[in-house]
Design a protein around this ligand. Structure first.
Ligand code: HEC
Ligand code: HEC
Length: 232
């Protein structure tokens, strides 16, 4: 397959993933914009709310028993290669879980976890992760290298990382939070987008990192990992 074909076929898959995520989002919030919802009786609304609450509690519990071992009870993982989920956005998360389930993003551990997920599981875990407050990185033993931080900040401007991820790298919606993420994870992910090993659900990242050298990507990872963790 040529690079173009790989990109074109992944673009189709990504469009499908986005539609899927949007559909799930719409399902989670039917009542808000629905006109005439006030006319409905209170009883079904109350039982729906109770069911949603029960299901949220269920996913909190399942997160604690299944996911916390690797990602940390509060979503701040201390395991190398395992991303921080605290402060991550539910829209981004649901799409990534979908990509793992469909084999479009592959990792032996996460593929095994997501393989048996139902659509309700994708939504339940993502909604739960969306409620986890951002967690600051543990205090570093040494102050950051000022020259490397400065270079990282300049690269983030030059390559427009801040345009999508925000000046504070907090992301939003389908754009992930990357500020305060684990450095080695960021490094792997950025090199993965560059080599084509990780295919996102849009071509945004492949295009963003194309002109950035591997050494510069490592500087960006260094910088992003040390950006103070911002609120939602
Ligand atoms: C055995 C360890 C392990 C377990 C258990 C685990 N994960 Fe993961 N998870 C990982 C690793 C490692 C990665 C990074 C994989 C990669 O590089 O693609 C990851 C990645 C993710 C990502 C992508 C994050 C991002 O920033 O792109 C999400 C979302 C996620 N996991 C959610 C979950 C949920 C929800 C559960 C529980 C149902 C879970 N994980 C259980 C190890 C684990
Ligand atoms: C046009 C918008 C856009 C630009 C510019 C952009 N990104 Fe992204 N970024 C995204 C989107 C959307 C995703 C999620 C894509 C996916 O993998 O499905 C993402 C994903 C990422 C991830 C993966 C996070 C995780 O938890 O796995 C990292 C790291 C990242 N971007 C860093 C950067 C850096 C560094 C730059 C600048 C060189 C940059 N981005 C430029 C939109 C953008």
């Amino acid at each position: 397959m040529t690079r173009w074909h790989r990109r074109a076929s992944s673009a189709a898959a990504l469009a499908a993933a986005l539609l899927f995520a949007a559909a799930l989002q719409a399902q989670t919030r039917p009542a808000r914009g629905a006109s005439g919802s006030a006319a409905r009786t209170a009883a079904p609304a109350a039982s729906q709310a109770a069911a949603a609450k029960a299901s949220a509690a269920d996913y909190a519990e399942r997160f604690a028993t299944v996911c916390a071992a690797c990602h940390g009870a509060n979503g701040r993982s201390d395991m190398p290669g395992t991303p921080v989920l605290a402060g991550q956005h539910s829209y981004y998360t649901i799409t990534q879980l979908f990509l793992y389930r469909e084999g479009r993003r592959s990792n032996p551990l996460m593929t095994a976890v997501a393989k048996g997920f139902s659509d309700a599981d994708l939504r339940g875990f993502s909604d739960y992760i969306g409620t986890l407050p951002p967690q600051p990185a543990p205090a570093a033993s040494a102050p950051p290298d000022a020259a490397r931080m400065k270079q990282g900040q300049a690269l983030a401007q030059q390559h427009k990382c801040v345009f999508c991820h925000g000046a504070d790298f907090a992301g939003g919606q389908q754009v992930p939070r990357i500020g305060g993420q684990r450095e080695e994870y960021l490094r792997d992910v950025l090199q993965g987008y560059r080599s084509g090993q990780r295919v996102g659900y849009t071509l945004a990242m492949a295009e963003a990192v194309g002109p950035v050298s591997p050494a510069e990507l490592d500087v960006l990872a260094y910088y992003a990992a040390r950006v103070p963790v911002a609120g939602r």
